[in-house]
Design a protein around this ligand. Sequence first.
Ligand code: PEP
Length: 241
Amino acid sequence: MYFVANWKMYGSLSSLNSLNKVIKFSKSKDIKKGRLIYCPPFTLIDAFSKKFKNCQIGIGGQNCHEDDDYGPYTGSINSRMLKNIGAQFVIIGHSENRAEGETDKVINLKIKSALKSKLKVIFCIGETLKEKKQKKTKSTLSKQIHFGLKNIKNKANIFIAYEPVWSIGSGVIPTHKDLFETIKFIKNKFRDKPQRVLYGGSVNPKNIINLKKVNNLDGFLVGGASQSAKKFIDIVKKTYS
Ligand code: PEP
């Protein structure tokens, strides 16, 4: 199982001390190398990568520019820069960025650029509440997968993160049946080679007890709860207990 911590636009240098507990925990024999991944804001990637130097925790960015070359894009960071500063992963297509106008086409370019820079991609997909109510979940996911992964043959370094938009930060999670069916639907789109699929949306130390029973999942993308080392560790521990 993979556990990805998405810190969003939170955290400062003083947050680094809170990671000591996670570093200690990551050394326990039950946690396989690279199964815990932290995606802090860009400003903290360098500090995290130094902090995690001798441990097995992965580091990722939360987004990148679609151009892997340098260029006149004020305020942007590309995949090459992320790789250079010590990241191994990048989240692409998060609904918070889609809501700001990021299109499937741009997401596709970003994924291609990240793979070119040898980053592993956490590719977020998910339907809005309106789409869910209109029973458009499957068509939305199909479209996001089709256009997001267009002309990408080798998908070995891509993790799909199914994050229903209505679940992010709301405390509401899908039912066991709906989640199982949706993950199955996503996995069936990758018949030639099995694709890893994570779930994200309001995961916390309480609901993980039910979420972990959805046995076709490969892990979790955790937003809010991941800013507390204790909660993040609890989520991992309870997944395995
Ligand atoms: C996210 O934004 O990726 C996420 C999963 O957030 P939260 O856990 O806070 O719902």
